[in-house]
Ligand binder design. Structure first.
Ligand SMILES: [Zn+2]
Length: 159
């Protein structure tokens, strides 16, 4: 079950939610976030929010295949790999901040802490620190001054 608060955020972004089927991608650009869990749904929502308008309707936002998705589904990368990596980091941190904001839990453990580990934010060797990305999101206007994420409606007005 996806939490009502997650569905509300997705709806505030003008998108819909559907359960992911095995032969589907999470985002094919039709305005529907397809996912099996809350963490992934919020991550896709964050991708939708950070992607420029020109790529919001592209398969996987033009970022190419997810690293952990080895299925044979066409998903071209339409920007430079280094820029795709940066956008991936923005989406990762914004999604984690939504998980924290909504206070989502998995068996009494904060979901955002699990996602923080899963996305490798303990290890800064190959990318920016979590805090650096938070500052970028703040400068870009995605966060309130207390570093909590703004509502998607507010974020989409920025662009
Ligand atoms: Zn992603």
């Amino acid at each position: 079950m996806i939490h009502k608060k997650v569905l509300e955020l997705i709806s505030d972004a003008g998108s819909k939610f559907e359960q992911l089927k095995p032969d589907q991608l999470c985002w094919i650009g039709d305005g529907v976030i397809r996912s099996n869990n809350e963490s992934n749904a919020l991550h896709e929502l964050a991708h939708f929010l950070v992607a420029p308008k020109s790529r919001k309707r592209s398969v996987n936002f033009g970022l190419g295949h997810c690293p952990d998705d080895n299925r044979d589904i066409d998903s071209p990368m339409t920007i430079k790999p280094s820029n795709a990596q940066k956008e991936e980091e923005l989406a990762s941190v914004l999604g984690i901040l939504y998980e924290k904001e909504l206070n989502l839990k998995v068996r009494d453990y904060p979901l955002w802490k699990a996602t923080y580990s899963e996305h490798g934010w303990h290890d800064h060797s190959s990318k920016m620190s979590f805090e650096d990305v938070v500052d970028i999101l703040l400068k870009k206007g995605y966060l309130n001054s207390n570093k909590t994420p703004k509502n998607p409606k507010e974020i989409l007005c920025l662009k």
